[in-house]
Ligand binder design. Structure first.
Ligand SMILES: [Fe+2]
Ligand SMILES: [Fe+2]
Length: 191
């Protein structure tokens, strides 16, 4: 696997300062969650660091590349926020030489979630929402929950997101609803 310091330097040049700091924070939070929940630490670090690598400045250049991704994502145009996740997964593979499909999917689905998320996908999705610079009501409880019970933390975040998006009358992606419904069912089955 590529040396993470090289990737850090490359990433630093392509996204803004604030976003870079956030990315490093997500990398460390993902690492902590990986240790606690017993998955590959290096993979979690890499996915955390690169999760927002799609937030690049050179939109023009990337728009050409986007066309090739676009056909597979019909909801793309309705959701600006989704775009950077799709671009991110694309760039992680092409520019950062990530070949691990679990890492690429963690980047691809970090804004929406989806049904049947892997543990790494869950960790990246959650780390993005609870990294140390995130400040909002209930974030400390969520941090504590993420360490204790990752599925309950994920369900809480998905529900918060759905509630927020509906309240603001924004576009709610079907993957998010499917993620919530799937997880709810899983949790019921295990109880
Ligand atoms: Fe993001
Ligand atoms: Fe992020």
């Amino acid at each position: 696997m590529t040396d993470i310091n090289n990737l850090e330097n490359k990433l630093k040049k392509s996204i803004n300062k604030k976003r870079f700091k956030h990315s490093v924070n997500v990398m460390y939070t993902a690492k902590e969650l990986a240790i606690i929940h017993n998955i590959d630490i290096k993979k979690a670090e890499l996915a955390g660091l690169l999760h927002d690598c799609g937030r690049i400045h050179e939109i023009k250049e990337i728009n050409i590349k986007l066309d090739s991704i676009n056909s597979a994502n019909e909801d793309f145009s309705k959701n600006e926020n989704l775009k950077h996740a799709v671009i991110g997964a694309y760039l992680a593979e092409k520019e950062y030489n990530v070949s691990d499909i679990d890492i690429l999917n963690s980047i691809r689905y970090h804004t929406t979630g989806r049904a049947n998320m892997t543990l790494l996908e869950k960790i990246i999705y959650i780390a993005d929402k609870i990294e140390p610079d995130r400040i909002y009501d209930g974030v400390d409880e969520l941090r504590e929950l993420a360490y204790r019970d990752i599925d309950l933390a994920l369900l809480q975040i998905l529900n918060n997101t759905i509630e927020y998006v509906n309240r603001k009358k924004l576009y709610l992606h079907k993957d998010t609803i499917e993620a919530r419904d799937w997880l709810q069912k899983e949790l019921k089955m295990n109880n």
